[in-house]
Ligand binder design. Structure first.
Ligand SMILES: Nc1nc2c(ncn2[C@@H]2O[C@H](COP(=O)(O)OP(=O)(O)O)[C@@H](O)[C@H]2O)c(=O)[nH]1
Ligand SMILES: [Mg+2]
Length: 226
């Protein structure tokens, strides 16, 4: 039988990486650090950002808000008086479940990059595709909430493996659910040994300052190189 190997996925990712580098160059020129924030839908990205933005004094932050539809999250974050740009993946991009480098590139003209130290990109809620597409970020963070189960690092290893920090959120719910935090930490370490983990409750503010400090440190690191 004649077999032909089709490399569509690899080629698509190569093309994505080329555009991600172009984004990276633009971010570098503006001296802005970029964090790609990812999670399953509802893990608490926007709530964590609301809390964090209130604490990030001295760092000029902007948000690029990725959603399939609507501006629910960007409306919430605009109330924090930071520049927020909405990027919808439907219908123009066919309702994609992630942001890719080209989508981010289309949003760049709408972002006041020269006025920012840090751009946080809230990706579309999904534990698979967002991890596959670099968008030109300096660092990746993910939120994993305790209601998702301890097995998620084992089922979605790429997401956990490619992140620099994992924020374990909704700690306030621990007394009410059957969840083994040590098991989750063990599973995270199994797929990404040594990755930084943070325990938080975006609802009551616990542990949020650790994430704010991490964001400020990413901004400081990149700012020092600019
Ligand atoms: N109990 C609890 N609920 C939370 C926490 N963080 C977020 N939520 C709730 O979880 C839901 C989804 O949060 P959201 O920030 O929109 O998640 P996103 O889809 O990742 O941006 C909302 O109802 C939030 O109020 C938390 O730390 N504890
Ligand atoms: Mg959100």
């Amino acid at each position: 039988m004649h077999r032909t190997k089709v490399r569509i996925v690899e080629d698509a990712l190569d093309a994505n990486n080329t555009i991600a580098h172009a984004n990276r160059d633009d971010f570098d020129r503006a001296g802005v650090a970029v964090v790609n924030l990812m999670s399953a839908p509802g893990a608490g990205k926007t709530t964590l950002l609301e809390r964090t933005l209130a604490q990030l004094q001295g760092t000029r932050v902007g948000v690029l808000e990725g959603d399939v539809q609507g501006s629910y999250d960007s409306d919430r974050l605009a109330a924090m008086h930071v520049p927020v740009t909405q990027l919808n993946t439907d219908p123009g991009f066919g309702g994609e479940c992630h942001l890719d480098a080209n989508m981010v590139r289309t949003a760049l003209p709408a972002l006041p990059l020269d006025e920012l130290d840090l751009l946080v990109i809230e990706n579309v809620g999904n534990l698979v595709c967002p991890a596959e597409f670099r968008v030109g970020e300096d660092a990746r963070a993910m939120v994993c909430s305790v209601t998702e189960g301890e097995d998620k690092p084992l089922k979605y290893p790429l997401m956990f493996r490619t992140c620099d920090v994992v924020v374990i959120n909704k700690l306030d719910l621990l007394p009410h659910i059957d969840f083994d935090l040590d098991k989750l930490l063990y599973n995270i370490a199994a797929v990404n040994p040594g990755v930084q983990t943070m325990l938080a409750s975006a609802r009551n503010g616990g542990g949020v300052s650790q994430f704010s400090d991490w964001l400020a440190s990413v901004a400081g690191r990149v700012g020092a190189l600019a």
